[in-house]
Structures are given as structure tokens and as C-alpha cells.
Design a protein around this ligand. Structure first.
Ligand SMILES: [Zn+2]
Length: 450
């Protein structure tokens, strides 16, 4: 029997250019798939009344180290340099599979609660072969759509992040690909989280890129952030190695040389920008407009909850304000009017949804409310005092709404949040992540006194 859900009479921001915005519209879901988006639909279905709600495609977070949910806010004032020491050299080596499971479960539920329906889990915490299985179990149990990006171990900063000579173990990556991702059509898909030139010697870089291509999985890599990586010229180096391609997502990109932007654009690469982290931790200016100028479709990402909030509204606002602050300051200095090509609030919604799906390689199934795509849908309560009255629905989402307004969350046609409450064992997830925190702090203490 066909299962149908009808979202009735919402203000629909489809993010599909052919459908556009419906001030009053219905969205019909059939067996997990969007069947129709029209002003009025009648169907024998479970009806969710969307009166006073803004209906959007779910947000896509294109880079988050979900394993860090157990150590939320341990590094509130950290710079990127501090982060390497405080997180990658201190906490990461202590992580057990149980910690990764707890953090991935709680972190993925945190995403769903905030309207993030697709997540790229940048999982560089594979200290043993049990770690990837634990990470995947956490994602799977949450019900989120995710790309699990298999990363290196993190048992020592010196071994893994400075001219590293250690390749991500190909046999284990192949095992994970074969065990969990024999099809690329599932709710969970796979990628490879690589470290790249400067962080690794060239042989390692070449081997990791070859591994991803052998297994036909996308590559994600941090580039051009802060003092350190900004000097590496990582994309130039990748270009010299002949490794650039459309299967690669470049994260941060704050200190690209102009020719590196051109190389990324010409090779069909994609871009993930983590604005709050970049502004706060010293990575550099979030280059949203720069990416757009090169014809790229930049996406947004959360990165680390050790230091920034885990929701997309924060990222949208951080990128929007930073971009405009920079342009305003430049124009003031040059005594020129601001250009009319300034970034808009509506562009930010596209960045957080459709562009994210493009970057995660999942635009065929998510990122817009398009008939034929999987049903990843979010409803925002626009009757709340911080959102009403609505004049511009896109601005209401990007500039007024917050996590408390995320009322309904549907992934692949399954309702994960209803009437403002997650349909999940939140108490268990919280307990697990608290136990993980306690275990990690005790291990840190023990190591410190050893
Ligand atoms: Zn990152």
C-alpha cells in the first residue's frame, strides 16, 4: 500500500526554480518520495496542517566532525592552532568506539532537531577498525541522510597532521565500502575524508586520492584555512600532482590564490564554507561571494561543536553578515557605493539547501522540493513571535528563525520531528553522550597525571 503524507496549506519555498515559491501550497509525499508540489492537492493521506508554517527543503551540512558532540564547547576560545593541540592531540587519541557511537547518534539527532536533514560526517577518528562501524551505527540509528566520510586515525597529531607518512588504511576503507555501502542509493552514502598536501607527504596524498577513485567515492579535504594551510597552496599542489577533479569538495578555501579558485572551478570541484568557525577561529573570511564569482555553488557547514553552535541558522547569519561587512568596509575605504550584487538573504537559503545537496553529490535526491526527489522536508513555525508577521518568507527563515521554530522534520518520507518534538529516544542519546564526556575527561585526567 502506498503511504502518503500531505503537507497542507504551508508557505512553500521549494528552492526548485521551476516551481518557485507558493504562498499557499501543498506538498504530497508518496512512499518517501515527493510526488507533487502545487497550490492545492487532494489525496487520501495523513494530513499535516501547515497553516502559518514555512515549508522548505531540509538543510544540508556539508562538513561536520560529528564525533566531537561529546566534547561540545571544550574549546570555546580556541584558534585553529589551539584546536590542533586541544582537540586533535588531546581528546581525539582518547576516543573509543563507544564515544564515537554516542557522539554520532547525539550529533545526528541534534542535526535533525535543527532541520538539517543531510549531513557530511567528516569522520577522522578511526583510531581502531571498530571506530568506523561505531560511527556508521550512530548515523544509521538517527535516521538522518548522511555521507559518511571515512578519515584517518587521530592517535597522534605529529603522526597524522604534519607531513604524515601514514595512508588511510585501504583495506579497511574497502571493507566499510563493501559492508555498508554496496549501493549508492541508500540513506547513507560514503566518501573519503583526506588530509591533503602539506598535512601529508605526496605519496600519501596520491595514494588516498587513488583509493577514493578506485572505490568511486567522493573526496573531501580542508584547504587554505589560516596561517598554516593558507601557505601550503594545497590546490596548486593537487594540480601539480594531477589530482583535481569534480569528485572533490574543498572545505574553507579562505586563503586561496586566484589561480586556485580558477583550478577548483575549472575542474568541477565543490566548496564547503564553515563561516562561524572561520570568523571565530582565524581560518579567514568565509568566501561565499568569491566562490559565486567563480561560478561555483558554495555550501555551508558547521565543522566543530567544540567551538561553535551546531545549527544552520548560525552559519547563514555568520556568512551573510561577514560578506556584507567586508564589502561595506572596502567600499567605504574606496569611497565608492556598495555594488548591487551584494549577497542576498534568499541566496543564503539556496546555499544552505540546494547548494549543499550539490556539494554532497546528492542533488538527484535532495536539496529542493522537486517531484521525484526523496522527501527531506522541514516546516518552520512562522507564527512564533520571533518570526511573525512574515513579509518575505526566505528572509523569515534566514534572518529570523532559529532552532526553536523547527517544528516538523521529515527525512526520506519519515517524520523525525513532529509538533516541535523529536521522534527519538532523546534521553538515551543525551545519557550516552554525557557518559562519553565523563569517560573522555577521566581518560584525559589519567593521561595528564601519568
Ligand atoms: Zn573541519
Amino acid at each position: 500500500m502506498t503511504e502518503r503524507i500531505l503537507l497542507r496549506a504551508g508557505h512553500v519555498l521549494s528552492m526548485d526554480p521551476d516551481i518557485g515559491e507558493l504562498p499557499q501550497g501543498d506538498v504530497l509525499i508518496e512512499d518517501g518520495r515527493i510526488a507533487a508540489v502545487r497550490p492545492e492537492i487532494s489525496a487520501d493521506a495523513e494530513v499535516l496542517d501547515m497553516t502559518g508554517r514555512i515549508v522548505i527543503p531540509g538543510f544540508v551540512d556539508t562538513h561536520r566532525h560529528t564525533w566531537e558532540a561529546s566534547i561540545r564547547n571544550v574549546a570555546p576560545d580556541a584558534t585553529l592552532d589551539d584546536y590542533f593541540v586541544d582537540i586533535l592531540d588531546t581528546f581525539a587519541p582518547l576516543y573509543t568506539p563507544e564515544d564515537v557511537y554516542a557522539a554520532n547518534l547525539a550529533g545526528a539527532l541534534e542535526c535533525l532537531n535543527a532541520g538539517i536533514t543531510t549531513l557530511v560526517d567528516w569522520s577522522h577518528i578511526n583510531n581502531t577498525p571498530e571506530h568506523p562501524d561505531a560511527a556508521i551505527r550512530g548515523l544509521k540509528e538517527s535516521g538522518i541522510r548522511a555521507q559518511y566520510a571515512y578519515g584517518s586515525a587521530n592517535t597522534s597529531l605529529a603522526d597524522y597532521w604534519f607531513e604524515s607518512k601514514i595512508v588511510i588504511p585501504g583495506d579497511d576503507v574497502r571493507r566499510i565500502r563493501g559492508t555498508y555501502f554496496s549501493s549508492d542509493d541508500g540513506l547513507l552514502t560514503m566518501g573519503l575524508a583526506t588530509r591533503g598536501p602539506g598535512f601529508c607527504v605526496n605519496d600519501v596524498v596520491t595514494a588516498e586520492w587513488a583509493l577514493a577513485r578506485e572505490l568511486d567515492i567522493p573526496i573531501t579535504v580542508h584547504v587554505a584555512m589560516g596561517r598554516l594551510a593558507g601557505r601550503f597552496g594545497m590546490v596548486r599542489q593537487l594540480n601539480d600532482l594531477g589530482l583535481l577533479g569534480p569528485d572533490t569538495t574543498y572545505v574553507h578555501c579562505c586563503y586561496f590564490h586566484e589561480d586556485e579558485w580558477r583550478m577548483v572551478a575549472d575542474s568541477g570541484g565543490t566548496v564547503s564554507i564553515a563561516p562561524q568557525v572561520e570568523l571565530q577561529m582565524g581560518h579567514g573570511w568565509p568566501p561565499v561571494m568569491k566562490a559565486i564569482e567563480y561560478g561555483l555553488r558554495p555550501s555551508l557547514s558547521i565543522d566543530v561543536v567544540t567551538t561553535v553552535p551546531g545549527d544552520m541558522f548560525t552559519q547563514i547569519r555568520a556568512a551573510f553578515a561577514a560578506e556584507r561587512a567586508r564589502v561595506n568596509a572596502d567600499c567605504w575605504k574606496a569611497n565608492m557605493p556598495v555594488p548591487d550584487t551584494m549577497l542576498t538573504a534568499r541566496q543564503m537559503l539556496e546555499t544552505a539547501t540546494r547548494n549543499g545537496a550539490h556539494v554532497a553529490g546528492l542533488e538527484d535526491r535532495t536539496g529542493s522540493l522537486t517531484p521525484g526527489k526523496r522527501a527531506d522536508v522541514v516546516a518552520i513555525d512562522a507564527t512564533a513571535l520571533n518570526v511573525a508577521p512574515v513579509h518575505d518568507a526566505a528572509a523569515a527563515v534566514t534572518l529570523s528563525a532559529d532552532v526553536s521554530n523547527v517544528e516538523t522534520v521529515i527525512v526520506d518520507g519519515v517524520i523525525h520531528k513532529r509538533d516541535g518534538r523529536l521522534v527519538a529516544d532523546v534521553d538515551r542519546a543525551r545519557r550516552l553522550v554525557q557518559e562519553s564526556r565523563d569517560r573522555l575527561l577521566a581518560a584525559k585526567e589519567a593521561k595528564g597525571s601519568a
